[in-house]
Structure formats: structure tokens, C-alpha cells
Design a protein. Structure first.
Length: 150
């Protein structure tokens, strides 16, 4: 005489599983009932206000401001002759090691320091000389090249 194979624990688990299934079906029905899907185009439109923020309220047509389309610049404006900067700069040799072949120049305008190598030197220079030079991008920043004594 064997007893029932269903124990109390098995019955409780089955009840919980059925309850979860029923709750899930109820939630699905609620979502369908409260859904705004297919309510129309008006709910999908977003407007942009004068500050660039998205809103769902249409802008007031009385507050409209006319903009001259020709005054809008897209991109960077072309350089003019007065915008051109001379590539030749003036500076003073702050440090120069002739044995190792490198040094530093202080720009007189911006007070920046630039590295230079003996290969970029046209005239002989020593510490404290006033020089003219051009800049070139190097591996570790801007380098002075075409260094000439003034």
C-alpha cells in the first residue's frame, strides 16, 4: 500500500507556480489596457524650444523670430591676409649644451620654452643670444628649427 507521491512541499510549489503565472497574465492585461500604442501622431511629435530643449508643447507662432539664412556660417571661415601670422618668431637662448647638441629657446612674445637641436641651427649660438626661429611639431611637442642669430 503505497501512499500518494505528492508531498506537501510539492503541492505548495505547484500552487506558487500557478499563482505566478496568473499574476503575470494580469500584469500583461493591465499593460495592454493602459498602453498608448496607436493613439496617434500627436503623442509622437516633439518640438524644440528657443533654448534647444525638446518639449511636447508646440512653439508660440507670435514669438517667432526671422533669421537671415546668409548670416549663418557653417564651418570655419577662410583666412584673410590680416589673419596670417608670420611663422618666424623671436626668442632668446635660455640654455645650450654644445657638447650634446641641444638647447632651449624662450619665445619673447609668449614666454614659452621650445626645444632645439643642433641640426636645426643655422648660425652658431650660445646662452643668452637673441635669435629668430620657426616652429615644427616634434615627437614630444613643438621644436624650434631654422634658428638664426640676430
Amino acid at each position: 500500500m503505497a501512499g500518494s507521491q505528492e508531498t506537501f512541499g510539492k503541492k505548495e510549489r505547484e500552487k506558487k507556480r500557478l499563482k505566478k503565472r496568473k499574476d503575470k497574465a494580469l500584469r500583461k492585461e493591465e499593460r495592454k489596457a493602459n498602453s498608448k500604442e496607436g493613439t496617434g501622431l500627436d503623442n509622437m511629435i516633439a518640438y524644440v524650444d528657443e533654448y534647444g530643449f525638446a518639449t511636447d508643447v508646440a512653439p508660440d507662432p507670435t514669438q517667432r523670430e526671422e533669421v537671415d539664412v546668409e548670416s549663418i556660417e557653417i564651418g570655419i571661415p577662410r583666412r584673410t591676409a590680416e589673419d596670417e601670422v608670420s611663422p618666424i618668431r623671436n626668442g632668446k637662448v635660455a640654455f645650450y649644451n654644445d657638447q650634446k647638441g641641444y638647447g632651449f629657446i624662450n619665445d619673447l612674445d609668449s614666454q614659452e620654452k621650445f626645444f632645439f637641436h643642433v641640426n636645426g641651427v643655422i648660425d652658431e649660438v650660445v646662452d643668452g643670444d637673441k635669435v629668430t626661429f620657426e616652429l615644427e611639431r616634434g615627437l614630444k611637442g613643438m621644436n624650434a628649427v631654422k634658428v638664426k642669430k640676430v
